[in-house]
Structure formats: C-alpha cells, structure tokens
Design a protein around this ligand. Sequence first.
Ligand code: ADP
Length: 432
Amino acid sequence: MATRLKTLNSKRNPWTNLVDFLRRVNAARRSEILLYNKRLSLLSRIAKTINSEARVKKILRLILKGAVNLTNSNAGVIFFKKNQKLRAIESYGIKMVKKDLIIRPWRGIVGHVLKTKKFYLCNNTDKDRFFVAWGSGKRAHSELAVPIIIDRGVVGVLIVSSRDYDKYKKIDEIVLKDLSENASIAIKNAKTNQILEERVRRVLASKMQFVADVSHELRTPLTVIRGNIELLQRKKNQIPKEDREAMQDVVEETKNVSHKLENLINLIHEDARPEKIQIKLFEFSKMIMEVLVIMRRLAREKRIKVIIKNNPKIKFLGDREKIKEMFLNILTNAVKYNQYQGSVILKVEIKKSRVEVEVVDTGIGIARADLPFIFDRFYRAKEIERYKKRAGSGIGLSVSRFIARAHGGEIKVVSKVGSGTKFIVILPFLDS
Ligand code: ADP
C-alpha cells in the first residue's frame, strides 16, 4: 500500500499550488477586464444617448441611473441648480426624506462639493464630518460625489452611495468624473439648442404671421372689387357688348385670385400655424430611413425598387414630422407615377450650408406644359387625369413646397416625359 501511494504522489504535478494560484489570478484579471469593458461600453452608450437628448431632466435621469449602475451602488441622487438653488431633481434606489430638497452651501457632502467644486470620496460615513443622511432607508456607509460644472460654475452635484464600508475605488472616481463631464457637455448642448430652437421658431412664426396678415388684407379689397363689378353687370343693357366681356374677364380673374387666396389662408391655417411648428434637432438620416421603410412597402406591389445611394448621419434643426411628410409626398409620387418594375433612387448630400435630397424616378415624367403648375394647389397634369388608378388630389406637392419654404428651402424639379422625373429638395441648415 505504501509503495502504491508513493508512485501516485510522484506522478502528481509538482507545481499544483503555483498553477492554482496563477489560474485564480488570471480568472480575477479576466473578470476585472470584463467588468472594465462592460463599464466602458455602458459609458459610451450613455454618452451617445444623452448627446442626442434635448431635455435636461432626461439627461440628468440617465446620468444618475448610469452612475448607480456603473459604480455598483445602492442609491444615488442628482441635484441641479434652479433659480440659484441646488435642488434634488432625481433619486434612484432611495426614498428621499424630503422631496425637492434644497441644499445649502457647505451642508452635507453635497453642500461641500457645491462650495469646493471638487470631487469627494468617503468610505466611512460614521467618521465623516460632512455626512448628512437624506434617505429614509438603511444608512449609507460609503459615498461618492462629483460636481457638474458648466462655464466654471457648479450647476449640479451627482452623488452615489453604498451600504458597504470601503466601497469606492479609484475606478469609481474616474467613472463618476467622466459621467459628470459628459453631463456638462450634454446639458450645455441641450440649452444652446433650446435657445436656437426658440429663435428659429420665432422667425418662422413671424414669417407665417406675415403671410397670414397679407392674405387677410387682400381678401377684403378683392371682395369689394368683385361685388362692385357684379353690381355693374346688373346694368347689362347700358353697357356695350365688348365692355361686358371685359367685365366678365375681371370677374373670372378676381374669382380666381380669391380662390388662390382662400387656399393660401387654408394652407396656413391647416399646416403652418405658428404653434403647430415643432422645431427640434433631429437625426436626418433616421427620418429618411423611416420614409424608406414606408415607401418600400408601398412599392412592392408594382415591383419598384426604392434604392438609397447616400444617407450621411446629420443632425438637422427643423420640424421633423413636416419634413417627413414632405418626403413621403415626393416619394409617393415617385412610386405612384412610376412604371412596373421601375426604380426610385434617393440620395442625400451635404453641401456647404444645406442638405440636398434628390429623388429620381423612372416614371412617366411630366410634360413641359404642366411643369410650372405642379406645385399649385389641386393641380394635376392633364395626362394623369386619364389614369384612373393614380388617384390623387393635387395637394401633395403644394404642401411639400410650403414645408420646404417654411424651412427657408426650396424644391426643384427636372423631368422628361417617358423617362422620368428628378425632384431636388434643398434645406438650409437653419442654425448656420
Ligand atoms: P397628386 O399626386 O395627389 O395628384 P401632387 O400635388 O402630389 O398631387 O402632384 C401634382 C401633380 O404633379 C400630379 O398630379 C402629377 O401630375 C405630377 N407629378 C408629381 N410627381 C410626379 C412624378 N414623380 N412623376 C410624374 N408626375 C408627377
């Protein structure tokens, strides 16, 4: 028995302890690296989300949630300055003793950070001279707080806490500092955008108001002219035949102008009331992709290919829904007036201070005689009227042009009967 044991032992790896030790170290390293990677990807995801967010409160909420998750904390609170006072805006994993808590400078860790503008780490709250408990739950034993600074002033404080002692390490400090810097940039951007949006909204609103005012001003004199001529026409017998015809022409033309004016007024009321314009910064390429999805579905029946050639990632300031409606109109036409198995090619290009979108179709084209009128309300090309299947109202393009113009842009068209049509939408960057 003794000899057998000896042989077994001699076969045993002589470095078991070392191998075990290294294996454990490796495993620990690996999980540490995995954890870092996880944090890194979460951080970049948060940065991406908040950078496209226009609401400050949402940015703060996302930052707070990210901070608690990334530092593996039990709770967190974010404070933000409103009317010169630092208030608790959002809490996560903690029930605040007092809602809308206002922090006095130097009071608690947050007050301390507010005053010193510096990061603060406390791994034992029992011995901390600044610590004040705000939550109604279990006591926090470690806390980490960081100021959110914009233009050298503290605009907020982010604090996370844990029930464990000695919870926070250097990496948590780095994560929190990064989050706070990202928050500063996102908040600053959101505020600049808000100011910009307001400015653009006001300019557009006054433009609309001007058009509305002019239309209303013209309506009354036109009605008077028409009324008077109609009155004169009643004295038929006293008026020579030639003059009667001329008068009839005037009546027809005034009717025509009145009709156009009514359309303009309706258009303004329906589509462009200042309060209806929703200017915001949006991802242009995303909106284009949404249009594409809808169009591809529509084009399936006629086996028309809808191809996108170029769609750069850009942020655009404007009314997202209206601009989308405009492209839906133009592309619907490109499909509707296309032939079986035809194609529609979409190309988005950034030119110096504007975006240009080309929509090229292989459809029936538009006759030269119709081209100047296709943007008029209710106008449909004579040929089209014959195609029963191609139902429409003749409104789409006039609304589209209105939308482009409301954004300071324009729509151009080039077409050849029988071979196809190209629409070019030009939209200037309103903020440049
Ligand atoms: P609708 O399509 O409802 O008639 P629109 O205002 O969208 O109204 O278009 C006005 C007219 O312009 C259409 O009736 C059609 O004659 C012409 N048109 C517009 N887009 C195209 C196109 N891609 N190909 C050929 N004709 C077009």
